[in-house]
Design a protein around this ligand. Structure first.
Ligand SMILES: [Zn+2]
Length: 348
């Protein structure tokens, strides 16, 4: 700064007074935020959801021109529209598709390496179960069968899978025989015949890669991401069902998505008085990991009992994290869940 010397050898500097300002980083616009909340669903897909009013709680969005780097990293080439299949089930559980994905590396925090999907052909709603070994397929099928048959008071009629050993064991065949379930086994190395399940697994894994890379969530949390992806896909448009989401086609109820938050985002969970000492922080920083297994409450990860939680260290891949699932009061499509922790705030 150049300034002239005055007669008494002083230098006069004119400095403007800086008015204190509160700076704000402008956040992502609504479209980008909802793209992230929806597990990186295409803008086209989200527009279909709003135009056809297929879900409750999704605002009208404008298409973003920005390229999403996580989509480019996480998704494979654009998936082509599935060929029209010659036959479609007209009632629930008339046909169920299934496939196994794995082994997935790294194994999960709970040492699981596989997941199995069951998709109802009529509604295209998908259920997920996690397994240590492929050989647990029959146990999971029994669990799924009990759940869905009880829910819709109908029996599974036909079950379509590939010819993997886990589906063709004598125990599996016997179980299907005794329950009058017809089998459709697709030929080995022709995955397109088992197209519905194959495509579903691919879509789930694409979504999981995007979500994990977005917030740098440790990869060992993949089951949480897979669960959340299935929850999202059951509330997303699909080629196979017209004008409703799989969830609505299955339950007849239009789902709400107002509880959707970005997978891996920070949450401040309030710790109730009886769970903390006088000088403890009133809230604890957690990472949002989708929904609890029963889909009744949010699931969070936290480094418990540390006075100050370094948020960045939570996001760094590490095997040493204790996994804590905190169930708290949350409202979702299924209603209100009340448990010990009573308030929370999600950052995004
Ligand atoms: Zn994206």
């Amino acid at each position: 700064m150049a300034t002239a010397m005055t007669f008494n050898r002083m230098f006069m500097i004119k400095a403007p007074i800086i008015v204190p300002q509160c700076m704000k980083i402008s956040g992502a616009d609504d479209s980008t935020l909802w793209h992230q909340r929806y597990g990186h669903l295409s803008f086209k897909g989200m527009n279909i959801l709003t135009q056809k009013q297929m879900v409750i709680g999704l605002p009208k969005l404008k298409e973003s021109n920005e390229k999403c780097t996580n989509c480019m990293k996480g998704k494979q080439q654009k998936q082509s529209a599935p060929k029209k299949s010659s036959w479609r089930a007209s009632t629930k559980l008339e046909l169920v598709h299934s496939d196994i994905c794995g082994p997935i590396s790294p194994e999960s925090n709970g040492k699981k390496r596989y997941f199995i999907t069951f998709t109802d052909d009529m509604s295209r709603k998908t259920w997920i179960y996690f397994m240590y070994e492929k050989s647990e397929a029959l146990t999971m099928f029994k669990k799924f069968k009990a759940l869905v048959e009880n829910e819709c008071k109908q029996a599974i009629q036909c079950f379509r899978t590939d010819m993997g050993g886990e589906y063709t064991s004598s125990a599996f065949n016997e179980f299907c025989d005794t329950h009058g379930i017809r089998r459709q086994l697709t030929a080995a190395y022709t995955p397109h015949q088992n197209g519905v399940s194959e495509r579903k697994n691919r879509t789930i894994m694409n979504m999981v890669r995007c979500m994990i890379s977005e917030k740098n969530v440790p990869k060992s949390f993949w089951p949480e991401a897979v669960n959340w992806a299935a929850h999202i896909l059951n509330r997303s448009p699909t080629f196979a069902v017209k004008d409703v989401t799989p969830e609505e086609a299955w339950s007849g109820i239009k789902p709400s998505v107002s509880h959707f938050k970005v997978f891996g985002c920070i949450a401040y969970v309030h710790v109730p008085d009886n769970l903390r000492k006088k000088l403890d922080d009133k809230s604890t920083v957690c990472i949002h990991l989708g929904l609890s297994e029963e889909s009744k409450a949010y699931k969070f990860f936290t480094e418990r009992r540390k006075k100050s939680v370094d948020v960045l260290s939570c996001m760094r891949p590490s095997n040493s994290f204790p996994l804590l699932s905190a169930t708290l009061q949350a409202s979702d499509a299924d209603g209100i869940v009340v448990s010990q922790i009573t308030s929370f705030q999600l950052a995004c």
